[in-house]
Design a protein around this ligand. Structure first.
Ligand code: DOR
Length: 435
Protein backbone atom coordinates (compact mmCIF):
# COMPACT_ATOMS: atom_id res chain seq x y z
CA UNK A 1 0.00 0.00 0.00
CA UNK A 2 1.40 3.38 -0.97
CA UNK A 3 0.03 6.88 -0.72
CA UNK A 4 0.44 10.35 -2.17
CA UNK A 5 1.15 13.43 -0.10
CA UNK A 6 2.39 17.00 -0.50
CA UNK A 7 4.23 18.79 2.30
CA UNK A 8 4.54 22.53 1.75
CA UNK A 9 6.90 25.11 3.18
CA UNK A 10 8.87 22.86 5.54
CA UNK A 11 12.57 23.23 6.38
CA UNK A 12 13.79 20.27 4.33
CA UNK A 13 16.92 18.69 5.79
CA UNK A 14 19.53 17.04 3.64
CA UNK A 15 23.13 16.30 4.60
CA UNK A 16 24.17 19.24 2.40
CA UNK A 17 21.98 21.75 4.26
CA UNK A 18 18.49 22.95 5.17
CA UNK A 19 16.21 24.67 2.60
CA UNK A 20 12.61 25.77 2.90
CA UNK A 21 10.47 24.09 0.25
CA UNK A 22 7.94 21.49 -0.81
CA UNK A 23 8.11 17.71 -1.10
CA UNK A 24 5.66 15.81 -3.30
CA UNK A 25 5.23 12.05 -2.85
CA UNK A 26 3.30 10.16 -5.55
CA UNK A 27 2.32 6.52 -5.00
CA UNK A 28 4.89 6.16 -2.25
CA UNK A 29 7.86 7.65 -4.14
CA UNK A 30 9.31 11.15 -3.74
CA UNK A 31 8.67 12.84 -7.11
CA UNK A 32 9.52 16.49 -6.54
CA UNK A 33 11.63 18.45 -4.06
CA UNK A 34 11.64 22.16 -4.82
CA UNK A 35 11.47 25.62 -3.20
CA UNK A 36 7.99 25.86 -4.71
CA UNK A 37 6.78 22.59 -6.25
CA UNK A 38 5.01 22.65 -9.62
CA UNK A 39 3.08 19.49 -8.88
CA UNK A 40 0.72 18.50 -6.09
CA UNK A 41 -0.48 15.04 -5.04
CA UNK A 42 -2.74 13.72 -2.30
CA UNK A 43 -3.37 15.61 0.90
CA UNK A 44 -1.52 18.93 1.25
CA UNK A 45 0.18 19.27 4.65
CA UNK A 46 1.29 22.69 5.92
CA UNK A 47 4.93 22.21 6.94
CA UNK A 48 5.65 25.85 7.77
CA UNK A 49 7.71 26.19 10.94
CA UNK A 50 8.43 22.45 10.93
CA UNK A 51 11.57 20.49 10.10
CA UNK A 52 11.23 17.74 7.48
CA UNK A 53 13.73 14.88 7.63
CA UNK A 54 13.98 11.55 5.85
CA UNK A 55 12.45 8.88 8.09
CA UNK A 56 14.89 7.83 10.79
CA UNK A 57 16.37 4.32 10.49
CA UNK A 58 17.21 2.52 13.75
CA UNK A 59 19.67 -0.21 12.77
CA UNK A 60 19.67 -2.03 16.10
CA UNK A 61 16.53 -2.97 18.04
CA UNK A 62 15.29 -6.03 19.97
CA UNK A 63 11.53 -6.33 19.44
CA UNK A 64 11.26 -9.78 21.15
CA UNK A 65 8.87 -11.34 18.63
CA UNK A 66 8.47 -14.32 18.58
CA UNK A 67 8.75 -15.84 22.00
CA UNK A 68 9.37 -12.96 24.40
CA UNK A 69 6.32 -10.92 23.55
CA UNK A 70 5.49 -10.07 27.17
CA UNK A 71 8.36 -7.52 26.85
CA UNK A 72 7.58 -6.22 23.32
CA UNK A 73 6.27 -7.49 20.00
CA UNK A 74 6.57 -6.35 16.42
CA UNK A 75 3.30 -4.40 16.68
CA UNK A 76 4.18 -2.47 19.85
CA UNK A 77 7.85 -2.06 18.94
CA UNK A 78 7.09 -0.75 15.46
CA UNK A 79 4.43 1.61 16.86
CA UNK A 80 7.00 2.98 19.32
CA UNK A 81 9.33 3.42 16.34
CA UNK A 82 6.67 5.31 14.33
CA UNK A 83 5.91 7.58 17.31
CA UNK A 84 9.61 8.42 17.46
CA UNK A 85 9.93 9.29 13.76
CA UNK A 86 11.59 5.96 12.96
CA UNK A 87 10.35 4.59 9.61
CA UNK A 88 12.59 1.51 9.37
CA UNK A 89 14.43 -0.73 11.81
CA UNK A 90 16.81 -3.68 11.82
CA UNK A 91 15.97 -6.25 14.47
CA UNK A 92 18.25 -8.62 16.36
CA UNK A 93 18.12 -12.45 16.32
CA UNK A 94 18.01 -13.21 20.08
CA UNK A 95 14.29 -13.97 20.08
CA UNK A 96 12.70 -17.35 20.94
CA UNK A 97 13.52 -19.29 18.89
CA UNK A 98 16.73 -17.52 17.88
CA UNK A 99 16.67 -16.28 14.29
CA UNK A 100 19.41 -18.71 13.34
CA UNK A 101 17.63 -20.84 10.71
CA UNK A 102 16.00 -19.91 7.40
CA UNK A 103 12.66 -21.10 8.78
CA UNK A 104 12.95 -18.78 11.78
CA UNK A 105 13.91 -15.87 9.50
CA UNK A 106 10.93 -16.54 7.21
CA UNK A 107 8.62 -16.85 10.21
CA UNK A 108 9.82 -13.48 11.54
CA UNK A 109 9.36 -11.85 8.14
CA UNK A 110 5.79 -13.20 8.11
CA UNK A 111 5.08 -11.73 11.57
CA UNK A 112 6.64 -8.47 10.38
CA UNK A 113 4.32 -8.31 7.35
CA UNK A 114 1.33 -8.86 9.60
CA UNK A 115 2.19 -6.54 12.49
CA UNK A 116 4.78 -3.89 11.56
CA UNK A 117 3.56 -0.33 11.03
CA UNK A 118 7.00 0.74 9.71
CA UNK A 119 9.55 -0.98 7.46
CA UNK A 120 11.51 -3.89 8.91
CA UNK A 121 14.65 -5.94 8.44
CA UNK A 122 16.04 -8.84 10.44
CA UNK A 123 19.48 -10.21 11.28
CA UNK A 124 20.42 -13.87 11.04
CA UNK A 125 22.24 -15.00 14.20
CA UNK A 126 25.50 -16.97 14.17
CA UNK A 127 25.60 -20.06 16.43
CA UNK A 128 28.97 -21.44 15.33
CA UNK A 129 27.18 -24.36 13.69
CA UNK A 130 25.09 -22.64 11.03
CA UNK A 131 27.57 -21.14 8.52
CA UNK A 132 25.53 -22.48 5.58
CA UNK A 133 22.42 -20.78 6.91
CA UNK A 134 24.25 -17.47 7.40
CA UNK A 135 25.27 -17.42 3.76
CA UNK A 136 21.94 -18.69 2.40
CA UNK A 137 19.95 -16.06 4.34
CA UNK A 138 19.60 -13.62 1.44
CA UNK A 139 16.67 -11.87 3.10
CA UNK A 140 18.68 -11.00 6.24
CA UNK A 141 20.17 -7.52 6.61
CA UNK A 142 23.36 -9.08 7.95
CA UNK A 143 24.90 -11.68 10.24
CA UNK A 144 24.90 -10.96 13.97
CA UNK A 145 27.66 -12.38 16.14
CA UNK A 146 27.55 -12.07 19.92
CA UNK A 147 31.27 -12.30 20.83
CA UNK A 148 30.33 -11.78 24.49
CA UNK A 149 27.28 -13.30 26.20
CA UNK A 150 24.30 -11.01 26.66
CA UNK A 151 20.52 -11.59 26.69
CA UNK A 152 19.77 -15.06 25.26
CA UNK A 153 22.15 -17.88 24.33
CA UNK A 154 23.62 -16.74 21.00
CA UNK A 155 27.40 -16.70 21.47
CA UNK A 156 30.46 -17.48 19.37
CA UNK A 157 33.81 -17.34 21.17
CA UNK A 158 36.03 -20.01 19.58
CA UNK A 159 38.70 -18.07 17.63
CA UNK A 160 38.82 -20.76 14.92
CA UNK A 161 35.06 -20.60 14.42
CA UNK A 162 35.11 -16.79 14.29
CA UNK A 163 37.94 -16.99 11.74
CA UNK A 164 35.89 -19.41 9.62
CA UNK A 165 32.75 -17.27 9.72
CA UNK A 166 34.66 -14.15 8.69
CA UNK A 167 36.50 -16.07 5.95
CA UNK A 168 33.35 -17.46 4.37
CA UNK A 169 30.71 -14.76 5.05
CA UNK A 170 28.97 -13.41 1.96
CA UNK A 171 27.30 -10.48 3.72
CA UNK A 172 27.88 -7.88 6.42
CA UNK A 173 28.82 -9.16 9.88
CA UNK A 174 27.63 -7.03 12.81
CA UNK A 175 29.38 -7.76 16.10
CA UNK A 176 28.51 -7.34 19.75
CA UNK A 177 32.14 -6.89 20.73
CA UNK A 178 32.96 -7.88 24.31
CA UNK A 179 35.65 -10.50 25.04
CA UNK A 180 33.83 -13.39 26.71
CA UNK A 181 36.90 -14.88 28.39
CA UNK A 182 37.70 -11.60 30.09
CA UNK A 183 34.06 -11.17 31.15
CA UNK A 184 34.07 -14.64 32.75
CA UNK A 185 37.36 -14.00 34.57
CA UNK A 186 36.18 -10.68 35.94
CA UNK A 187 32.78 -12.03 37.01
CA UNK A 188 34.60 -14.74 38.98
CA UNK A 189 36.99 -12.37 40.76
CA UNK A 190 35.25 -9.02 41.26
CA UNK A 191 32.29 -7.90 43.39
CA UNK A 192 28.90 -7.69 41.68
CA UNK A 193 26.65 -6.12 44.31
CA UNK A 194 25.21 -3.08 42.55
CA UNK A 195 24.58 -2.08 38.90
CA UNK A 196 27.44 0.43 39.28
CA UNK A 197 29.73 -2.65 39.23
CA UNK A 198 28.51 -3.49 35.71
CA UNK A 199 30.98 -1.29 33.77
CA UNK A 200 33.77 -2.56 36.04
CA UNK A 201 32.97 -6.20 35.30
CA UNK A 202 32.36 -5.57 31.61
CA UNK A 203 35.18 -3.08 31.25
CA UNK A 204 36.46 -1.05 28.33
CA UNK A 205 39.36 -3.46 27.85
CA UNK A 206 36.93 -6.34 27.24
CA UNK A 207 35.19 -4.25 24.58
CA UNK A 208 38.45 -3.15 22.97
CA UNK A 209 39.83 -6.71 22.87
CA UNK A 210 36.81 -8.02 20.95
CA UNK A 211 36.61 -4.99 18.66
CA UNK A 212 40.29 -5.49 17.77
CA UNK A 213 39.71 -9.19 17.13
CA UNK A 214 36.75 -8.52 14.80
CA UNK A 215 38.61 -5.74 13.00
CA UNK A 216 41.62 -8.03 12.56
CA UNK A 217 39.45 -10.72 10.96
CA UNK A 218 37.70 -8.21 8.72
CA UNK A 219 41.04 -6.83 7.51
CA UNK A 220 42.43 -10.36 7.04
CA UNK A 221 39.58 -11.50 4.78
CA UNK A 222 38.10 -8.24 3.48
CA UNK A 223 34.81 -9.11 5.20
CA UNK A 224 32.28 -6.30 5.58
CA UNK A 225 32.16 -5.54 9.32
CA UNK A 226 29.85 -3.32 11.37
CA UNK A 227 30.83 -2.72 15.01
CA UNK A 228 27.62 -2.36 17.02
CA UNK A 229 27.15 0.01 19.97
CA UNK A 230 30.74 1.17 20.54
CA UNK A 231 30.86 2.10 24.23
CA UNK A 232 34.41 3.21 25.08
CA UNK A 233 36.89 5.95 24.27
CA UNK A 234 39.52 3.28 23.58
CA UNK A 235 37.48 1.58 20.84
CA UNK A 236 36.54 4.92 19.24
CA UNK A 237 40.19 6.02 19.20
CA UNK A 238 41.20 2.64 17.77
CA UNK A 239 38.64 2.99 14.95
CA UNK A 240 40.43 6.14 13.77
CA UNK A 241 43.68 4.20 13.25
CA UNK A 242 42.50 1.47 10.85
CA UNK A 243 41.46 1.36 7.17
CA UNK A 244 37.71 1.85 7.18
CA UNK A 245 36.58 1.07 3.64
CA UNK A 246 35.04 -2.28 4.75
CA UNK A 247 34.43 -1.37 8.40
CA UNK A 248 31.62 0.79 9.82
CA UNK A 249 30.62 1.50 13.40
CA UNK A 250 27.71 2.87 15.39
CA UNK A 251 27.11 4.56 18.74
CA UNK A 252 23.97 4.58 20.92
CA UNK A 253 22.68 7.72 22.67
CA UNK A 254 22.52 6.05 26.10
CA UNK A 255 26.30 5.64 25.97
CA UNK A 256 26.81 9.39 25.70
CA UNK A 257 23.75 10.96 27.37
CA UNK A 258 23.84 8.85 30.55
CA UNK A 259 26.67 9.04 33.05
CA UNK A 260 28.32 6.75 35.61
CA UNK A 261 26.51 8.57 38.42
CA UNK A 262 23.18 7.59 36.83
CA UNK A 263 23.59 4.06 38.24
CA UNK A 264 22.78 5.52 41.68
CA UNK A 265 19.54 7.06 40.41
CA UNK A 266 18.47 4.47 37.85
CA UNK A 267 19.82 1.25 39.39
CA UNK A 268 19.23 -1.73 37.11
CA UNK A 269 17.40 0.49 34.60
CA UNK A 270 20.85 1.70 33.52
CA UNK A 271 22.19 -1.85 33.19
CA UNK A 272 22.89 -2.81 29.59
CA UNK A 273 25.56 -4.53 27.50
CA UNK A 274 27.99 -3.08 26.67
CA UNK A 275 27.58 -0.93 29.78
CA UNK A 276 27.05 2.77 30.20
CA UNK A 277 30.50 4.02 31.26
CA UNK A 278 29.96 7.78 31.42
CA UNK A 279 32.71 10.29 32.19
CA UNK A 280 35.54 10.44 29.66
CA UNK A 281 33.87 7.71 27.58
CA UNK A 282 30.62 9.66 27.13
CA UNK A 283 32.56 12.81 26.26
CA UNK A 284 34.77 10.97 23.77
CA UNK A 285 31.89 9.10 22.09
CA UNK A 286 30.06 12.36 21.42
CA UNK A 287 33.24 14.02 20.12
CA UNK A 288 33.89 11.05 17.83
CA UNK A 289 30.31 11.15 16.54
CA UNK A 290 30.66 14.83 15.65
CA UNK A 291 34.12 14.18 14.14
CA UNK A 292 32.81 11.42 11.84
CA UNK A 293 34.30 8.30 13.50
CA UNK A 294 30.83 6.71 13.64
CA UNK A 295 28.78 6.01 10.55
CA UNK A 296 25.45 5.99 12.34
CA UNK A 297 23.49 6.00 15.57
CA UNK A 298 21.26 3.16 16.86
CA UNK A 299 19.29 2.58 20.05
CA UNK A 300 19.86 -1.11 20.88
CA UNK A 301 16.24 -0.85 22.10
CA UNK A 302 16.20 -3.81 24.53
CA UNK A 303 12.99 -3.83 26.59
CA UNK A 304 12.57 -5.86 29.78
CA UNK A 305 9.62 -5.50 32.14
CA UNK A 306 10.06 -3.52 35.36
CA UNK A 307 9.37 -6.72 37.25
CA UNK A 308 12.32 -8.39 35.48
CA UNK A 309 14.46 -5.29 36.03
CA UNK A 310 13.42 -5.36 39.70
CA UNK A 311 15.52 -8.48 40.38
CA UNK A 312 18.65 -7.79 42.43
CA UNK A 313 21.83 -7.16 40.40
CA UNK A 314 23.46 -9.21 38.86
CA UNK A 315 20.32 -11.37 38.42
CA UNK A 316 18.61 -8.50 36.59
CA UNK A 317 18.53 -8.56 32.76
CA UNK A 318 20.62 -6.11 30.71
CA UNK A 319 18.96 -3.71 28.28
CA UNK A 320 16.80 -0.61 28.13
CA UNK A 321 14.16 0.66 25.69
CA UNK A 322 15.11 3.54 23.39
CA UNK A 323 13.59 3.47 19.90
CA UNK A 324 11.01 6.22 20.57
CA UNK A 325 13.54 8.67 22.07
CA UNK A 326 16.36 8.50 19.51
CA UNK A 327 15.11 11.45 17.49
CA UNK A 328 13.91 13.51 20.50
CA UNK A 329 17.25 13.09 22.31
CA UNK A 330 19.20 14.08 19.22
CA UNK A 331 16.83 16.93 18.28
CA UNK A 332 17.36 18.25 21.80
CA UNK A 333 21.10 18.42 21.08
CA UNK A 334 20.30 20.46 17.97
CA UNK A 335 18.15 22.78 20.13
CA UNK A 336 21.09 23.17 22.49
CA UNK A 337 23.45 24.04 19.64
CA UNK A 338 25.58 20.91 20.00
CA UNK A 339 24.99 19.66 16.43
CA UNK A 340 22.88 20.45 13.38
CA UNK A 341 19.86 18.99 11.56
CA UNK A 342 22.08 17.87 8.64
CA UNK A 343 24.25 16.01 11.21
CA UNK A 344 21.13 14.15 12.32
CA UNK A 345 20.31 13.19 8.74
CA UNK A 346 23.87 11.88 8.28
CA UNK A 347 23.81 9.87 11.51
CA UNK A 348 20.21 8.65 11.66
CA UNK A 349 19.05 8.39 8.01
CA UNK A 350 21.80 8.31 5.38
CA UNK A 351 24.31 6.54 7.66
CA UNK A 352 22.29 3.41 8.46
CA UNK A 353 21.02 3.19 4.85
CA UNK A 354 24.61 3.31 3.57
CA UNK A 355 26.01 0.85 6.15
CA UNK A 356 23.47 -1.84 5.27
CA UNK A 357 22.88 -0.93 1.62
CA UNK A 358 19.17 -0.38 2.34
CA UNK A 359 17.49 0.32 -0.99
CA UNK A 360 15.51 3.54 -1.47
CA UNK A 361 15.92 4.96 2.04
CA UNK A 362 17.69 7.72 3.93
CA UNK A 363 17.35 10.79 1.68
CA UNK A 364 14.79 13.33 0.58
CA UNK A 365 15.52 13.14 -3.15
CA UNK A 366 13.31 12.34 -6.16
CA UNK A 367 13.18 8.57 -6.64
CA UNK A 368 13.64 7.74 -2.95
CA UNK A 369 10.84 6.17 -0.92
CA UNK A 370 8.34 8.56 0.64
CA UNK A 371 9.48 7.86 4.22
CA UNK A 372 9.53 11.15 6.12
CA UNK A 373 9.29 12.69 9.55
CA UNK A 374 8.01 16.16 10.34
CA UNK A 375 9.50 17.53 13.55
CA UNK A 376 8.30 20.49 15.57
CA UNK A 377 11.67 21.95 16.60
CA UNK A 378 10.09 24.03 19.38
CA UNK A 379 7.88 21.39 20.96
CA UNK A 380 9.03 20.64 24.49
CA UNK A 381 7.88 17.53 26.32
CA UNK A 382 8.71 15.62 29.45
CA UNK A 383 9.29 11.89 29.03
CA UNK A 384 7.23 9.90 31.53
CA UNK A 385 7.10 6.18 32.29
CA UNK A 386 3.33 6.13 32.05
CA UNK A 387 3.27 7.76 28.60
CA UNK A 388 5.54 5.49 26.58
CA UNK A 389 4.73 3.40 23.51
CA UNK A 390 7.01 0.44 24.28
CA UNK A 391 5.21 -2.51 25.85
CA UNK A 392 7.71 -2.65 28.73
CA UNK A 393 6.13 0.57 30.03
CA UNK A 394 9.15 2.59 31.21
CA UNK A 395 11.94 4.83 30.02
CA UNK A 396 15.51 5.34 31.24
CA UNK A 397 14.79 9.01 30.50
CA UNK A 398 11.72 9.28 32.76
CA UNK A 399 11.50 12.91 33.94
CA UNK A 400 13.74 14.34 31.19
CA UNK A 401 12.40 17.37 29.36
CA UNK A 402 13.60 17.67 25.76
CA UNK A 403 12.92 20.01 22.84
CA UNK A 404 12.14 18.86 19.26
CA UNK A 405 9.47 16.15 18.81
CA UNK A 406 8.02 14.35 15.78
CA UNK A 407 4.50 15.46 14.89
CA UNK A 408 4.02 13.31 11.78
CA UNK A 409 5.74 10.14 10.57
CA UNK A 410 5.13 9.01 6.99
CA UNK A 411 5.93 5.69 5.29
CA UNK A 412 5.46 5.17 1.55
CA UNK A 413 3.59 8.49 1.38
CA UNK A 414 1.09 7.52 4.12
CA UNK A 415 1.01 9.15 7.53
CA UNK A 416 1.43 6.37 10.13
CA UNK A 417 1.79 8.62 13.21
CA UNK A 418 0.07 11.95 13.48
CA UNK A 419 -0.45 14.36 16.40
CA UNK A 420 0.21 11.72 18.99
CA UNK A 421 -1.87 8.93 17.43
CA UNK A 422 -0.98 5.84 15.32
CA UNK A 423 -3.03 5.84 12.12
CA UNK A 424 -4.99 2.59 11.68
CA UNK A 425 -4.24 0.15 8.89
CA UNK A 426 -0.80 1.28 7.70
CA UNK A 427 1.77 -1.51 7.29
CA UNK A 428 5.51 -1.44 6.56
CA UNK A 429 7.40 -3.60 4.09
CA UNK A 430 10.47 -5.83 4.29
CA UNK A 431 13.61 -3.82 3.53
CA UNK A 432 15.84 -4.84 0.63
CA UNK A 433 19.61 -4.50 0.46
CA UNK A 434 22.16 -3.80 -2.21
CA UNK A 435 25.30 -5.72 -1.22
O1 DOR B 1 21.85 -4.78 27.05
C1 DOR B 1 21.62 -5.54 26.13
N1 DOR B 1 20.42 -6.11 25.98
N2 DOR B 1 22.59 -5.84 25.26
C2 DOR B 1 22.45 -6.82 24.34
O2 DOR B 1 23.39 -7.11 23.63
C3 DOR B 1 21.20 -7.59 24.26
C4 DOR B 1 20.09 -6.81 24.80
C5 DOR B 1 18.84 -7.63 25.00
O3 DOR B 1 18.47 -8.36 24.06
O4 DOR B 1 18.24 -7.55 26.05
Amino acid sequence: MAGSLTIRGASIVRSAGVHVGDVVVVDGIIREVAPSARSVAGEVVDGRGLVLMPGVIDPQVHFRDPGLTHKEDLATGSRAAAAGGVTAFLEMPNTKPNTSTLEALDAKLAIGAEKCVVHYGFFIGATGHNDDVLNAADKACGIKIFMGASTGDLLVTDPDVLDRIFRTANKLIAVHAEDERRLIERKASLPADHPRDHPVLRDATAALMATKQAVGLSLKYGTRLHVLHVSSEEEADFLTTIPRDRITAEVCPHHFVLDYEDYERLGTRAQCNPPVRGGRHATALWKHLVAGTFDCTATDHAPHTLEEKGKAYPGSPSGMPGVEWLLPLMADRVARGMCTWPDLVRWMCEGPARCYGIVGKGKIEPGYDGDLVLVDPRATRTIRDGEVWTKCGWSPFDGWTTTGWPVMTVIDGQPVFRDGVIVDGVRGRALTYQR
